[in-house]
Design a protein around this ligand. Sequence first.
Ligand code: MLT
Length: 266
Amino acid sequence: MASATVSGTQVHFVNAGSGSPALVLLHAFPLHAGMWDAQIAAFSRHRRVVAPDLPGFGSTPPLPGSGAPAMADFAALVAGLIEHLGIGPAVVGGLSMGGYVAFALLRDRPDLVSGVVLADTRAGSDSVEVADRRTAQQAQVAERGTADLVETMVGSLLSDETRARRPDVVERARTLMSVNPGAGIIAALGAMRARPDATAELATIAMPALVVVGEHDGPSPPAEARTMTDALPDARLEVIEGAGHLSNLEAPEAFNRALDTFLSRF
Ligand code: MLT
């Protein structure tokens, strides 16, 4: 893994391949850049692929300061990394929380983005129920550590099919989640809870967009992905058969096919 100091934070990131536009991949909660291994292996053959560990995940430390970070702070770090590497404008892909970061980047630094992949994510902000669940999860992690949260997430993010038939993927997801420290997880839960609603902004995202969703995605269901696709001026929807919320891990070949077709536009 490479690293660079961006705004005082030592950001660790996978930095593979060459060729532009670069593909920047933003991971889901509570995983890290390792969730993109299958995409990095496939796409770094023809272009630069950069996948950062977002603050508090993998090898990147939480953002400095005592206040709770916002999605905009995560996006500022990604913007700083794109500028530091001189790879903008790039195609930016985010899965779930990575998509929330992509929305914040599009809001604050659209000049750094030439195309966007929104995978298993949602434009809307948290419902009261989801916000309350995040608050309870913060308390749970603070009191008991991350193990229970990880098991809950393994249960809710993967499809029934993946859990029944793909023990290797279940174990990989568990490992990707288990290594992250509680402090980063608590901070990200707060940042997700406070994120603004991006629904009204969809119509202004004029660049090419790919919306990807697992057929059985519970947290960000296909119906929401369809609504988001309809609201975007230049978007295509790909539904990944048999996959749940972590569609790139659960069905890497289908996910990569969709991404490859999209990238051929650049
Ligand atoms: C994720 O996969 O990043 C999370 O499910 C996002 C969320 O909790 O909203």
